[in-house]
Design a protein around this ligand. Sequence first.
Ligand code: GLA
Length: 722
Amino acid sequence: MSIKISRKTGEITIKTANTMYVMARKYEDYLVHMYYGKNSRGVKYDYNYPITSFSPYHEEIGLEYLPDIVKSEFSFFGYGDFRAEALKLRDLSTGSDTTMFTFVKARKFAGRRNIPGLPYAEADDNTETLEITMRDAVTGCELKLYYTVFADCDVISRYFTLENKGKNSVRIEKCMMLCLDIPTKELDMINFPGAHCFERMYKRGRIMDGNQRIYSRRGSSSHHQNPFFMLCDPKATEERGAAYGFNLVYSGSYLSEVETEQCGTTRVLSGLGSDNFNYLLLPGETFESPEAVVTYSDRGIGQVSRNMHKFVRNHILPKDKFPLRPVVLNSWEAFYFDIDENVMEDFAAEAERIGMDMLVMDDGWFGKRLSDNAGLGDWYPNPDRFKNGLRPFIERVKAKGVKFGIWIEPEMVNPDSDLYRAHPDWILRAPGREPLQSRWQYMLDMANPHVIQYLKDSFKENLGGLPIDYFKWDMNRHLSEVYSPTLPPERQGEVGFRYMKGVYDLIAWFGEEFPDAMIETCSGGGGRYDLGMMKYSTQIWTSDNTYPYWRAFIQHGSTFGYPCATMSCHVANHNGSVNDPRQLEFGFRTALNGPLGYEFNVLAIGDEVKDTLSRQIKEYREYEKLILGGDFYRLLDPHKNGRYSYYFASEDNSEILLTYLQIPDDPKKTPNKLKISRAEVGATYRDTISGETFSGAELKKGITVISDEHGNYAKMFHFVKE
Ligand code: GLA
């Protein structure tokens, strides 16, 4: 039983395998946060306020309950709590933005409440949900807070519904699904800022007094920040110490806030924020929020990552659909836009000879798409490039013995396209202003249901019924001028949110229309690397940056919140690097951090290189189950001295795959101790690569890898228990 509601004490307790979460009713009406942490008995809640001055209070309760200082389960704007709020609601009949929701009732049920039109974590037989109903007496609105408990991975999710049961319209002016008051401000924050081609650069630092924000205003979770972040004890390491992980099951603009306050506590909020979001709720209407997730571990940062990995694998990713992944050959870095059926067929034949599983035909196959300034929106095959259309071409490709994947970018349109010429009113644009372009493209108004219907019809007409095994779903600009001509002025604050719902509607339709096809999402590389997209896509193109040097950093950052199974990793050819055995080896070993692919012209390489690729693919096949489903442990952080090391362990510790990547030269040949905590003392492990044997105790204490004199050096060990 993971949820207990005690009518006697007013306490509600949630338990997962290793954590406990406690809240309580105080003074009948108020829901106070008591505890979130390690599962232990006798939790004490400190109710002594060190400072009471300048805090508003209720006359009948007095200083015993100060809304500004109490640890709150959920926080509201305007009624005595000066800290950042979870919910801000404006009563449009009076203009007042003060609200206070008070406790009405709590119940629990098996499974979860599904969120219509939005991605959410799937429940299993052990999932339970707590529903807390609250009411604001003045507006008459009813708030239902949901806590869904995924006990197997120590994750609790938070989402809510807000129903306007009053007589007047209200507007949601800030929406945060997760609100957590942590009893200390001695915390480090780990977050993942970046840019296009430099996604998820790991950063760790002490939180400052005040309010720190992690956010995207780009209509997409973005390359520039990631909704996953952590807070931890400043002394916490990969293996030790208290740490929290937070994320959103959402792909649009978002806001997370970490705010310290006067008594030494920290409030964490995560949700849609207020910059790009407000939502009109007429009497009788209900708003359904997206879902936020939180996990905690007292066993270090690495365990928080593993909790998240398990959660994503078990509850987010399309389940059991694609346990193994195709090794793909992608046409983009090989030919860019210069493709046609002949070159693609030759490419497919070579892919098959080398041992690859799938040809992915990237950009350039449709409309007048000869470069990036035309064609987006026109999803019919270019008749000059595909003489008899796609079907006979795909059949010929498949006859060569490989699967077939295709690139699409449904959310966008070039001004130079039939679609834009026919429907210039179908893009997001601010009234009276010249629409801005980015990569010569506009965003379609995905908040307009006619646009979504058109896209479904168009993809059905052009691709429906074709034997496509894989879609690469791209998104190559961010949302500016977020205004939809189809909505009235008072609903323009909803456009970004409705845009995302349109995208989810369309991508879910693809899943139904092409049930056997795998979807890999992409946004100029890893610009939409989030749980929302992972709900529909088995893997994500990690970055447009395919230099192994940078990939080490990007992949390292991605592993904190996401399982390696989501991280599409390709070997590329930079200035002939595939002809240099050392660089090809380094590129391959760097790519063995996720599902493998290749991205260069295999028609223009020698037989020796082809043989190497065939050997690489065979080797990947030996490890792929471990890479896709093993428990992941980070050992060396590339930001420290250019060395990235990690290992995967099978659940029963019988198989361990250890990687050491060294970027810079090291004439000093420094020893690196790599400790395999999951090795079993008493067991013997054989490294299938070198043939050497090691005792489990030896691996646990740490094996020593000597740095190579020269950079771009990779060493791997594949330990199998004897
Ligand atoms: C984006 C993707 C690339 C490629 C191009 C095609 O940049 O990230 O992998 O598909 O678009 O235009």
